[in-house]
Design a protein around this ligand. Structure first.
Ligand code: GDP
Ligand code: MG
Length: 178
């Protein structure tokens, strides 16, 4: 879905997937509003926000972001959000191995049912919690490499690598030919 994209102004649908509590909503809030709210509410169903960034070549990319709820009872709704998405960002929490396994489930689901040319990013969030780390950088890197995904560790709390995540995604988008 490129909508009204042209060669200089891209519009892309991006979906965030991952276990409940990994920090998806905080990543979006940090990226769109530059804020971190430690008392943020659990996402119900899904929420929508958009943010535009400018790249060095003066291209702009408007991200239309669907932030989904990770709870099991919403799993059946996920295809509504990733269908037609140009980008899927699969998030886990580096302090929570279960969330890393859940991320792998989402990657397989996207490989089976997502658009064939979808840009996939794997994100290890809560990188500020180094003393509680239970998923190594190497495990994340290797899994992402095997699956042709872009990998980055972020912290929505400190803002570390949040803008970089979206900039790297923007660079990997297929450009419409004009
Ligand atoms: P979601 O269910 O994936 O949307 O997760 P939320 O964005 O609601 O975040 C879940 C919890 O993790 C909240 O208590 C956040 O304050 C916390 N959290 C989110 N991102 C980070 C982070 O980068 N570092 C730390 N330390 N906590 C975070
Ligand atoms: Mg949420």
């Amino acid at each position: 879905e490129t909508g009204d994209s042209d060669a200089k102004n891209l519009r892309v649908k991006l979906v965030l997937l991952g276990d409940s509590g990994v920090g998806k909503s905080c990543i979006v809030l940090r990226f769109v509003r530059g804020q971190f709210d430690p008392t943020s509410k659990v996402t119900v169903g899904a929420s929508f926000l958009s943010q535009t960034i400018a790249l060095q070549d003066s291209t702009t990319v408007k991200f239309e972001i669907w932030d989904t709820a990770g709870q099991e009872r919403y799993a059946a709704l996920a295809p509504l959000y990733y269908r037609g998405a140009a980008v899927a960002v699969v998030v886990y929490d580096i302090t929570n191995p279960h969330s890393f396994h859940k991320a792998q489930y989402w990657v397989k689901e996207l490989q089976k049912h997502g658009s064939p040319d979808i840009v996939l990013a794997l994100v290890g969030n809560k990188a500020d919690l180094q003393d509680k780390r239970e998923v190594s950088v190497q495990d994340g890197t290797e899994y992402a490499e095997k699956n042709g995904m872009f990998f980055i560790e972020t912290s929505a709390k400190t803002a570390d690598n949040i803008n970089q995540l979206f900039e790297e995604i923007a660079k990997r988008l297929p450009r419409p030919s004009s």
